[in-house]
Design a protein around this ligand. Structure first.
Ligand SMILES: [Zn+2]
Length: 422
């Protein structure tokens, strides 16, 4: 009996191929560029109208407080409740896209399809995935499946800038929380045969140096902030970076090179702004911004302490050097528990739909997963969706239509397993 339902569902997705592509293209055609966060309401409504047509109860939820009232942060949440409130599976995709940038040969917001691909900014990351999630949910309804639990689909804002007014806010207000939500699937472009079980941690900080201003013709009367910063950067390169290259996580981070702890100097500035007209002065202030990716095995406290100690060691080299560390952002690493039923349901779906062994991966960067687990307390969360990571944020971004259909089938089978008839 179950085999027939599964067959009906997957052939239903196949029949909805054009509908799926059209929905994804429709979303791509709204340039929800972030920053600043354009046209969220318009995009949310396009998604909301479709959810409504598919039997979802739809709510439009504006983040409060709104970080930028001139670009209102509208999220959309659709709910289809079956026999009970739980189990509840929440499918979430972000509506925002990064600016198109240069180098396009197609209209970034045209939603063009060609040679089996949907093109456009946000096609892979991640409007195709969001559309696939919607069709996955709809295919259960079309196959006449009586839900034992509830399916939710949300389109949320600001993932590209941290997700605080989107998934972060839904989690903070309890809409995504362990008290009501059992599983969360985020169809980010990790590939149709891979399930993403988390990410490394992120620590951004500013190392600031203060010197003493003086005339540039008599630098001996001042103290340059560039000197301690230069020394610090040198020690990052010759001491910290080699140490980090010795630390590898057990998490299956892809690409393979991202399995090590790392540090990137994101910005360096000191004295007068480089492009502006100059007056002769000793730089009395300067800063570097660091982007440290730390491992679950390292932990945040140790990663931070290591930088603070290096800064202190540099300051101790010269009596006149003054340096301080300011935390800018911390994202703790997250990992879906081994043997999680959501992971197993998706793995089985991949095997069934694609006939391939699924791979577990972890993301090199972070995404909204962090809010689901850290704020919402929902451990059963993964990223799974069509498109390849390498297409994200690129010119001529595309997503393969076959992958959109395949991922919708996989998600549909997982939904059947998790909220289908008992
Ligand atoms: Zn994304």
């Amino acid at each position: 009996m179950r085999a027939t339902i599964a067959d009906r569902i997957t052939s239903g997705v196949e029949d909805a191929r054009d509908e799926l592509v059209e929905l994804a293209a429709d979303l791509v055609r709204v340039p929800t560029v972030n920053p600043p966060g354009e046209l969220y309401r318009e995009c949310a409504e396009r998604l909301g109208r479709r959810l409504q047509a598919y039997g979802f109860a739809v709510e439009y939820l504006r983040s409060e407080p709104d970080p930028d009232p001139s670009h209102p942060r509208w999220n959309v949440l659709g709910t289809r409740r079956g026999a009970a409130a739980r189990p509840l599976v929440h499918l979430n995709g972000h509506l925002d896209v990064v600016p198109p940038g240069d180098g396009w040969t197609v209209d970034p917001f045209g939603g063009e399809t060609r040679d089996g691909r949907l093109y456009g900014r946000g096609s892979a990351d991640m409007k195709a995935g969001l559309a696939a999630a919607v069709i996955a949910a709809e295919s259960l309804r079309r196959a006449g499946v009586e839900l034992a639990g509830t399916i939710e689909v949300s389109g949320t804002v600001d993932e590209e800038s941290g997700g605080f007014a989107g998934v972060g806010w839904l989690a903070e207000t309890g809409r995504i929380s362990a008290a009501r939500t059992d599983h969360v699937i985020i169809p980010e472009p990790l590939g149709v045969d891979r399930v993403c079980v988390g990410h490394r941690g992120v620590y951004w900080c500013r190392v600031r140096a203060r010197g003493k201003i003086a005339h540039g013709s008599m630098p001996f009367l001042g103290s340059s902030a560039v000197d301690p910063l230069g020394r610090f950067l040198e020690r990052v390169r010759t001491e910290l970076r080699p140490a980090l290259r010795g630390r590898r996580t057990d998490m299956p981070v892809v690409p393979e090179e991202a399995r090590w702890a790392s540090i990137n100097v994101n910005a360096v500035a000191a004295g007068q702004a480089g492009m502006s007209p100059q007056t002769p002065c000793v730089a009395d202030q300067g800063e570097v911004i660091l982007d440290r990716r730390f491992l679950l095995e390292e932990g945040f406290e140790a990663a931070r302490r290591e930088i603070v100690e290096l800064v202190e060691a540099v300051a101790a080299e010269n009596r006149g050097w003054r340096l301080e560390v300011e935390d800018l952002l911390v994202v703790h690493p997250t990992r879906t528990p081994a043997g999680d039923p959501l992971v197993i349901a998706l793995e089985d779906g991949i095997l069934e739909v694609l006939g391939r062994e699924p791979t577990l991966v972890a993301s090199p960067g972070t995404y909204d997963h962090k809010h689901v687990t850290r704020i919402g307390g929902v451990a059963s969360c993964v990223a799974y969706g069509p498109g390849v990571l390498e297409q994200a944020h690129q010119p001529d971004e595309w997503c393969a239509i076959d992958d959109m259909v395949a991922s919708a089938k996989v998600m549909a089978l997982a939904l059947l397993r998790l909220v289908g008839p008992r």
